[in-house]
Design a protein around this ligand. Structure first.
Ligand SMILES: Cc1cc2nc3c(=O)[nH]c(=O)nc-3n(C[C@H](O)[C@H](O)[C@H](O)COP(=O)(O)O)c2cc1C
Length: 194
């Protein structure tokens, strides 16, 4: 057992990456298993809501079910500016709608419009005849005034249960790889062969 908190370390490393203008500072890759048992991975914004990590997505996307129904999802963060990789196994838990909707108001107009498109026209990831049809249908949407978030705009807290940190910044060139497993309020650390 040790007192090192890898989640606090991740937040500090992301803060460093943001300072360094790292384009990956706020991103992650999330892997799920789809309804056919196939692996799926996609880039998403990994948000910080206070000290907690969260992702926002639309309920119409198949990934919403994949993320909210499975017991765990896998998340990878790579911070090129810091030469660090994090791999995490996480449980998920809904973010309160009021928190999602407040944050949704800060989004630019096009993603807001897309959230309404998923709700009123077609689910995210559904096929559509053409890009021209997409743009025309988006432009023709009857949006609420004042603009509010649709019920389908949702968020999930991601709670890391296992965090693996790979630090490439080693003077002898042998990477430093450590796995941290949550155990009640602390973390059990294991050094792994990199
Ligand atoms: C830099 C970047 C950030 C992204 N952030 C999000 C996000 O926060 N939420 C989201 O639903 N999709 C995000 N996407 C789009 C997803 O990668 C993906 O294309 C989309 O959600 C459809 O994925 P699905 O078919 O697995 O539902 C992002 C893509 C990129 C390139």
């Amino acid at each position: 057992m040790n007192t090192h908190d890898p989640l606090a370390q991740l937040l500090a490393d992301r803060a460093f990456a943001r300072e360094a203008k790292d384009p990956c500072a706020n991103l992650c890759v999330i892997a799920t298993v789809d309804a056919d048992g196939q692996p799926q991975a996609r880039t998403m914004v990994l948000r910080e809501l206070g000290p907690r990590l969260a992702i926002f997505c639309n309920e119409t996307s198949p990934k919403w079910r994949e993320m909210s129904n499975s017991s765990r999802i896998a998340i990878t963060v790579f911070l090129p500016s810091a030469n660090l990789q994090y791999r995490m196994m996480c449980t998920t838990e809904p973010v309160p709608a009021t928190t999602v909707h407040e944050s949704w108001q800060l989004r630019p107009e096009p993603p807001k419009r897309m959230d309404w498109f998923y709700t009123l026209n077609r689910p995210q990831s559904a096929p559509i005849e053409s890009r021209d049809a997409l743009l025309a249908q988006c432009a023709a949407l009857d949006l609420p005034d004042p603009m509010i978030a649709p019920e389908t705009a949702l968020g999930l807290y991601v709670n890391p249960e296992i965090i693996e940190r790979l630090d490439l910044n080693q003077p002898e060139g042998i990477h430093d790889r450590r796995r941290y497993q949550r155990c009640d309020d602390s973390w059990v650390q294991t050094v792994l062969v990199p």
